[in-house]
Ligand binder design. Structure first.
Ligand code: R5P
Length: 296
């Protein structure tokens, strides 16, 4: 069942899974509230339903729409509802960083669980522990190997780097599979102002090609700062692989100014940027293989 934000990818997913794509009627009430209705809902009875939607852009609207589709499926008699949500909004607020803050990631995931999602599939969530503490059945699909295949044409003997220690598991995952070197940079972010400082590490990257891997590019500050530092320290080429390219504000401009050669993104969001520096990798064929195994 497709959500509005991920409509075309959901069609592709249904085709790959060999599932019927159900049509959903959407409307907005005069006061701004949403309405959804699954057409031919009688076909759902006794079946597993896959609700496929993503939560960027329009995070709050997509969340409520996803919850409505889950609830509507169960009301129509689905035997279980599986959710594929490649980008889960609020995932970065995964703990109380400053006193008085909520853990919004837990709110979002518990809403999905309590509404009736029995198993959740996502792509490279910021911190996988939020899935673990909210769901018994989940899978965090990492797509970097898939993306790095696309990068190989641009690089020679690359080193994989994470822009901070928190992203090291991503660099390690792809480097071990590809037999490449990996490491991380040291990042500090001011929690009040959002300003990022990346500190140089003892890392000899002179003349080397670097593949920077991260989960999210939001304002572009992390990637731009990391790339600037790497190029300043003699890197020959910097290629960025990120699962979710939000590219807020002047992120693209910042990244281009920093000297990045290419940015490879996964198609996990409801927006795409059509500019030469950005290339998208279609992850749906890979995701459908994983989903089809667990739906059997
Ligand atoms: C933070 O820890 C994440 O992994 C990303 O590095 C971060 O969200 C990127 O944000 P921005 O593009 O605003 O620097």
């Amino acid at each position: 069942m497709p959500g509005n934000n991920y409509f075309y990818e959901s069609i592709e997913l249904a085709e790959k899974l060999g599932c019927k794509l159900l049509e959903v009627k959407h409307k907005i009430f005069p006061d701004g509230e949403k309405y959804v209705r699954i057409l031919n809902a009688e076909e759902i009875k006794g079946k597993t339903v896959v609700v496929s939607n993503t939560m960027y852009p329009n995070q709050n609207d997509s969340l409520i729409e996803t919850l409505m589709l889950v609830n509507a499926s169960l009301k129509a008699g689905a035997s279980r509802v599986v959710a594929f949500i490649p980008y889960i909004a609020y995932a970065r607020q995964d703990k109380v960083f400053l006193p008085g803050e909520p853990v919004t990631a837990d709110i979002v995931l518990s809403m999905l669980r309590e509404t009736g999602v029995s198993c959740i599939y996502t792509v490279d969530i910021h911190s996988p522990s939020i899935l673990e503490r909210n769901f018994e059945c989940y899978e965090n699909i990492l797509v970097f190997n898939y993306m790095v295949e696309q990068v190989k044409q641009f690089v020679n003997d690359p080193i994989i780097l994470a822009p901070d220690k928190g992203a090291l598991h991503r660099a390690k995952h792809v480097a071990l599979k590809q037999g490449l070197e990996y490491d991380y940079l040291v990042k500090e972010r001011d929690r009040e102002t959002g300003v990022i400082r990346i500190k140089p590490k003892e890392l000899d990257i002179r003349g080397r090609d670097v593949i920077l891997v991260d989960d999210i590019i939001s304002t572009g500050g992390t990637i731009a700062e990391a790339s600037r530092l790497l190029i300043e320290n003699g890197a020959r080429k910097v290629i960025v692989c990120a699962s979710h390219g939000l590219m807020i504000g002047n992120a693209i401009e910042k990244i281009m100014k920093s000297g990045v050669h290419k940015v490879i993104l996964a198609n996990t969001l409801g927006i795409k940027y059509d500019i030469p520096v950005i290339e998208y990798v279609d992850i749906i064929p890979y995701v459908s293989e994983i989903l089809s195994k667990s739906l059997q």
